[in-house]
Design a protein around this ligand. Structure first.
Ligand code: BGC
Length: 706
């Protein structure tokens, strides 16, 4: 069906629907897997547009009872045969970074800087979810954040809007495929629109204060990308932006989301968020008032709180909302179902998939996501024949590494770090001051339960007992290798200097431990790079690479401050490790950086690109993966522009001694920015381009845009 036919068919369906049928379509309910008949009864009564296959508001924190195709088909049959409008139900579940096979949590997977691999991973994740009849997922989570105290930072792409865009694209394409009307496709949901990552103080569900300029340039781009890639649905955030809860915010959900960004699918609220307008925010008087505000703002479907179901009829009667407003929401839901081909194929099929292949893919992504952040005297990779000691709170963890929002993972896949290392080297001992091992792996991490939703931390520094353990290892005369399994950025404190080598592993999913062992023993390259800043001190928060320069050199991220004007007298300005950072087991030389010194705006406006050439040579002793990155700085503009913005990167594997010539094309869009009203503008003048292996790159060229 083409768009025209879809619209026509949706109107035909709408014309035959009663008010009850319509209200049902804008309602999402939960279901009771233990009592299918009770759920069928609910379907007959409510005629819901969607069912969320999840049993609690904190689904992400627990392994949930799994669902099966047969049960879902019984529910679907009830909808398509026993409800008056016979509209099939959309079954939704949070499939965030894996299903049976868990892949790294989103923040960890972005460290791979390999967005093709991420897209292939979401392809695999989709196949697994479809095999359980799940047709709609609440991913990607695109909340850019500068707040590592916020537990949900691990669910998103980190601090950079460009990485956010890349992540949005891979995830939407992986879930929805090229043809989202095919039965191999699943609906994606870009969430949480918008600004949730700015939760004040990193406290979940908190107020957010975001200027229009910041919103347009930092928080919206990833959503714009998802919309441009055709994302079918969007979830509104729990947060209020500048005092207006998003769930009741017409400017955000209609003027920006639809009118500016061109979104045409439907908007679902977050869990119980409509009710929270009166329960917590003091933005409405009662459930009825909340329902009216949300519908008028642009929320098309109510997730689980029944505010729409209980109140829309009387809101219509009292003329607080119009039938047209309700119809618009209903049409968006049924048009999406028509586009998705749900009417032709309402039932889920028993499908198989190649699990072995998914396991390999998950391992590859976990490996590529590991970041080598320190390697004194090339102590890594480890020698398989030399004994090693092991200690730390995560030495015997396996399952914890699946990460938050792992509802259906196969428990049997996760090995512990010790077991995985044992597959390379059986000469592994518990750390004990008396043995003679020269090297000790100190495996430290945070549990899933302190990451994700409602899991914020006031103190993100490495705890004293962990620092004491590292000191003990060092005092025993051993080299200490930090294997760090933290899903969020943390403050390393003394550990930064104490460790002889550090690999940053995040929460790597089902294959996390195997990936760790493979990188430690050099079977695979540590080719990950940080997609966030590792702060030196909690007091520096927020600290991020693309901040605005300020009025004197107060920032210090780029160690260019005059100490007199440094903003902290008791702390350095630089972070512990910068955005984009990561080492390799070899070293690279980037040279021959060349580009024109001028670029013509008019030519760029006609789609012409501006070329940047350079070469990379592997000057070390083993094959390695280099991740050259190009950053831009607009030197003079009508609004203050960031110190650096990532505009391009690539990932190249180079054998020893080999040189590769590389080229980046940059476009008009890389030079411009959004005004506070959402207009994209490009101003002439001078720009600096920085090329290197992280955001501190000092290989610089100046380009004048005329
Ligand atoms: C979370 C969403 C999630 C939804 C459904 C909410 O509590 O904020 O991210 O998709 O629950 O499980």
């Amino acid at each position: 069906m083409n768009e025209c036919e879809i619209k026509k068919r949706a109107l035909e369906l709408l014309s035959k629907m009663s008010i009850e049928d319509k209200i049902g379509q804008v309602t999402q309910i939960t279901f009771n897997a233990d009592n299918i008949e009770e759920s069928c009864e609910k379907i007959r009564k409510i005629k819901p547009g969607s069912i969320i296959l999840c049993w609690s508001s904190l689904g992400g924190a627990e392994k949930q009872q799994s669902v099966c195709v047969e049960a879902l088909n019984i529910l679907q049959k009830t909808a398509v045969t026993e409800t008056p409008s016979k509209i099939p139900i959309l079954f939704a579940r949070d499939v965030i970074h894996g299903h049976h096979v868990a892949f790294p949590v989103p923040l960890t997977m972005t460290q791979s800087f390999d967005f093709d691999l991420i897209e292939r991973s979401y392809d695999a994740i989709r196949e697994e979810a479809l095999s359980d009849g799940i047709k709609w997922t609440f991913a990607p989570m695109l909340d850019m954040s500068h707040e590592p105290r916020w537990g949900r930072i691990v669910e998103g792409p980190g601090e950079d809007p460009y990485i956010g865009k890349m992540f949005a694209r891979s995830c939407v394409k992986g879930f929805q495929t090229k043809d989202y009307s095919s039965e191999n496709s699943m609906l994606a949901c870009a969430k949480h629109f918008v600004g949730y990552g700015a939760s004040e103080g990193g406290r979940d569900y908190n107020h957010t204060e975001i200027s229009d300029y910041n919103l347009q340039n930092n928080y919206l781009p990833a959503f714009k990308e998802a919309i441009d890639c055709g994302v079918a649905t969007v979830m509104s955030g729990f947060n209020d932006v500048n005092g207006i809860p998003v769930t009741g915010n017409r400017k955000i959900l209609t003027e920006i989301l639809r009118n500016q960004l061109g979104f045409t699918g439907f908007v679902v609220s977050d869990w119980n968020a409509i009710a929270q307008l009166h329960e917590f925010s003091g933005f409405s008087e009662n459930p009825k008032h909340s329902a009216g505000l949300a519908l008028k703002a642009g929320v098309d479907m109510d997730m689980v709180c029944n505010c729409y179901f209980d109140n829309i009829k009387s809101l219509l009667k009292e003329e607080k909302i119009t039938m047209r407003e309700l119809d618009s929401a209903v049409l968006r839901v049924i048009e999406t179902k028509l586009r998705f081909g749900l009417f032709e194929k309402p039932y889920a099929k028993n499908r198989t998939y190649n699990k072995e292949q998914h396991i390999l893919l998950s391992k590859k992504l976990a490996e590529e996501s590991i970041v080598l952040i320190k390697n004194n005297d090339n102590i890594l990779p480890l020698n398989k024949n030399k004994p090693v000691s092991i200690c730390g709170n995560f030495a015997d963890e396996g399952e914890e590494l699946v990460g938050t929002w792992s509802l259906d993972y196969d428990k049997s896949l996760n090995k512990t770090v010790r077991e995985a290392i044992g597959e390379f080297n059986q000469n592994i001992h518990n750390f004990d001051e008396s043995n003679r091992d020269e090297i000790c792996l100190v495996v430290l991490g945070e549990k899933r339960e302190v990451t994700g939703e409602a899991a914020c931390l006031a103190d993100i520094s490495l705890s004293n007992d962990k620092i004491s353990l590292i000191k003990k290892v060092k005092q025993s005369g051993r080299k200490a290798i930090g294997v760090l399994c933290f899903a969020r950025p943390i403050v390393l404190g003394e550990a930064k200097e104490l460790f002889d080598a550090i690999i940053w592993c995040g929460h790597g999913g089902s294959m996390a431990s195997k990936a760790i062992a493979s990188v430690l023993f050099g079977e695979s390259e540590p080719s990950g790079r940080l997609t966030f800043t590792l702060p030196f001190s909690i007091g520096q928060l927020p600290i991020y690479y693309n901040s605005l320069p300020g009025s004197r050199k107060i920032n210090g991220y780029y160690s260019d401050i005059n100490p007199r004007h440094g903003n902290y007298k008791d702390c350095q300005g630089e972070p512990a490790y910068p955005f984009g950072y990561g080492l390799s087991y070899t070293t690279f030389k980037i040279s021959d950086f060349a580009c024109d010194s001028t670029a013509l705006i008019n030519e760029l406006k006609n789609g012409k690109s501006f070329g940047v050439d350079f070469s990379v040579k592997n000057i070390g002793n083993c094959v390695g993966v280099c991740v050259p990155q190009l950053y831009i700085r607009d030197l003079v503009a009508t609004t203050v522009r960031p110190l650096r913005s990532l505009v391009r990167f690539c990932k190249v594997t180079l054998p020893v001694g080999e040189t590769k010539s590389l080229h980046f094309d940059i476009y008009l869009s890389d030079f411009g920015f959004y005004t506070e009203t959402g207009e994209f503008i490009v101003e002439g003048g001078k720009f600096e381009l920085y090329l290197g292996e992280n955001c501190l790159a000092d290989n610089k060229k100046t380009v004048e845009l005329i």
